[in-house]
Design a protein around this ligand. Sequence first.
Ligand SMILES: Nc1ncnc2c1ncn2[C@@H]1O[C@H](COP(=O)(O)OP(=O)(O)OP(=O)(O)O)[C@@H](O)[C@H]1O
Ligand SMILES: Nc1ncnc2c1ncn2[C@@H]1O[C@H](COP(=O)(O)OP(=O)(O)OP(=O)(O)O)[C@@H](O)[C@H]1O
Ligand SMILES: [Mg+2]
Ligand SMILES: [Mg+2]
Lengths: 458, 458
Amino acid sequence: DDSFGSISPAEFFYRNRQMAGFGNPAQALFSTVRELVENSLDACDLAGVNPVVDIRVRTVAPKTYEVSVTDNGSGVSYEHVPEAFGRVLFGSKFAMCQQRGTFGLGVTMAVLYGQITTDSPVMVETKCGEQPAKRFEILIDVQKNRPVVVSESEGEREGPGTTVTIRLRGNLARSQERILDYVRLSTIVSPHVLFSLSIDDSHIRVGPHTRELPRRSRVCRPHPRAADVELLRRMISASPGIRVREFLVSSFQQLGTRTASRLLRFANIDPNRKTAELDRDDILTLSSALRSFQGIQKPSSDCLSPVGKEPMLTAVRSLFECDIAAYAVRGPTEWNGNPLLIEAVLCVARGFRNTSGSFPILYRFANRVPLLYDASGCVLTKGLRETNWSRYGIMDLGTPVILVHVCSTRIPYRAAGKQSIDTIPEIETEVQHLYRDLGRKLGRLSGSRARAARESRR
Amino acid sequence: DDSFGSISPAEFFYRNRQMAGFGNPAQALFSTVRELVENSLDACDLAGVNPVVDIRVRTVAPKTYEVSVTDNGSGVSYEHVPEAFGRVLFGSKFAMCQQRGTFGLGVTMAVLYGQITTDSPVMVETKCGEQPAKRFEILIDVQKNRPVVVSESEGEREGPGTTVTIRLRGNLARSQERILDYVRLSTIVSPHVLFSLSIDDSHIRVGPHTRELPRRSRVCRPHPRAADVELLRRMISASPGIRVREFLVSSFQQLGTRTASRLLRFANIDPNRKTAELDRDDILTLSSALRSFQGIQKPSSDCLSPVGKEPMLTAVRSLFECDIAAYAVRGPTEWNGNPLLIEAVLCVARGFRNTSGSFPILYRFANRVPLLYDASGCVLTKGLRETNWSRYGIMDLGTPVILVHVCSTRIPYRAAGKQSIDTIPEIETEVQHLYRDLGRKLGRLSGSRARAARESRR
Ligand SMILES: Nc1ncnc2c1ncn2[C@@H]1O[C@H](COP(=O)(O)OP(=O)(O)OP(=O)(O)O)[C@@H](O)[C@H]1O
Ligand SMILES: Nc1ncnc2c1ncn2[C@@H]1O[C@H](COP(=O)(O)OP(=O)(O)OP(=O)(O)O)[C@@H](O)[C@H]1O
Ligand SMILES: [Mg+2]
Ligand SMILES: [Mg+2]
């Protein structure tokens, strides 16, 4: 009875850190690198610069490493640094637009893991806008889910950007390959980034493959398909005094006055009633109508940030030796009202070990991030296995390689480590269509190439 | 910049409900049943009664269901009912002993899902100890992660226990089979329970297979292997004024005075120093010593609750038509200091479709709960595929079926839906040993049966 109590979200993720990708030393080292790199890339998107991301992994003791990631992004403004790094479920990426970060959890998990394995605080050096550069050392009070600022001092950096340094126990021998793959594959979906990766004495540079910066994703209004009862109630309490038709038009995307009128007629709700007057049955009816009415356009793609055909093909060709390559895209559409677009490249590559599979080799990406673990349960892998690739005549061309990139304002990850996407029906459908489109496109390309080869031999 | 903020844990799991098993209507209906049933079974364990659990799923509208689960367990005391059902990360099961519940999340997710799909509050009727029966209707304020008590009134039930009723959108056609499997398989690991399951007009009763009640698991002190820096610091701040050797002996299990003295000598720490005087290097050294010193016994199994050989074999034989069956157990041992035991039955069953696999059919269980989703990434499935079953001569005996039950004070689930166990090295090792033990045992049993058959034919 006095056994009842709460735990903080930090305590939850401390106890269950394997759900966030910190369950064993090898994966924790990988997750630390990827959480820091993704924050740097999001910050560079904000800053609108040609991103330069420098990653250093240095062995400081047996199975103990210092990971340091530096970027020329927007920096973090001071009043937010302690909570950004020392509080779980705190961040700047909760709005509805495509970004790599989404939970306000990632870097704090790395800080937590470093702290529990080496008792070291995170070191953050950042310069934001006109503020002078500052340096912080931060620990996390896990039970209270709040930061402990160990020290705060002047920083040395001259331009805007951030360096984050974490010391942790890991297993470099078992995660080095994956860290290398992560950085190389990141250039497929962030082809405009210059990555520098140093692991002890080895050093590589990858990218950029393109100079052009991607268009920034914008925050969009929710789409009608997103209107479950909870969301609808929140939107109504934000606009209590207006008429329901004006409420719909001003609160949702893709709802003009005429469509809103037809929807309200379909739902049998008087368009002139005030939102505050809607009772519980009206709200249920309206929610149901918004999610089933057929006259509504698909969402706009302003809030998404796909790589696009030319940059993605260029990046794939820089990374792989491709004979032929095809690009296809599905969307923008939506899943539960979240804008969704899926793009992919299918190519025939040389230089792979002879893989006697009946499927192409699959590389998965979501919101401009490579997914390297937990492939077996991912919707992208399931779709791969359910596609009959041999009918396109591509399985005997060489090694087919498919790189799939899912873009959404919300990715339905299966766990907080963001390595695998849930089998949501709408996403499954789009993936299946996309794979078939790609199979046909590459089949035609290879067919015409074979014909051209025969022509030239005559 | 004003984009910085926090979200509550309820908001986190609202946005990411697929991580908790509520990503689509079919799985949400299943998850609602399982979360309620597991709470009922934990409550019956506390009450020390022969459990009677009544489950009703009733279609109330197209794809809309009322799920109601009734138990004769301990009940929920009133002051805690609102938060138990209307607050995420609030519960009574955070202590270190084996229980089905662990996060303080499950029923609140079902309440949340019911609320956002049907706008209905949960209905809880409960009687706890000498308190009179009470009935509550509760909604959850998702953004603030706190309950909203819609109504509170007298209840009708006469004996201790609880009924929880939730209305939600689901997809019964696609989850009915799994709900039936869940209830039947629950009798393997909770063989003392009487389950009554009604789905619209159909009704089944399953169990009990045994009358004897399981021994209750007890809360144990942490094992030295659990002493990461965070845990050690917390334990030290709970005992600041005592000498470090006494601290070790009183705070940890399996550490007597002699072993503690040897460990402190190994760590080069004076046993007479006060814990409050230990500096940061001492704490790091002590943590490392506790986790590597070789002279410490494995944990006690008091905090665990395995089914045991006879009850498990009895239950398997009641559910499956088995020709031969073998039981094996590994442990108690530990993973990251968490006490761990794994038991399993391997049998040759009749009545299965001819499965031309190279592995036995696998049924997975953790802490007396069947795991029915996400098999592909689970450590139990991985171990199955890595075992060479044919060498035991059992793959041609009929349909081999293996039922594996992992018991621990903490199960490293891969996601909050608790359907799949992470590949933690210590657990992987125990699983592999267990499968081989079982293969040999069943091989010998079948060999001796074959010999007996030949003898009787002469
Ligand atoms: N290198 C950086 N440059 C600028 N801001 C940063 C940087 N690293 C972290 N931040 C800020 O700290 C916040 C918290 O980071 P954290 O990784 O915990 O969450 P997130 O990136 O928002 O989401 P996720 O958990 O999905 O990674 C971010 O939202 C961002 O505002
Ligand atoms: N049928 C019941 N009988 C008695 N207590 C109950 C019952 N259902 C819920 N509770 C109480 O409500 C609390 C919250 O339940 P909830 O399912 O959210 O969390 P949990 O069971 O502790 O952990 P988990 O999230 O892993 O299920 C429980 O800890 C328990 O104390
Ligand atoms: Mg992040
Ligand atoms: Mg529970």
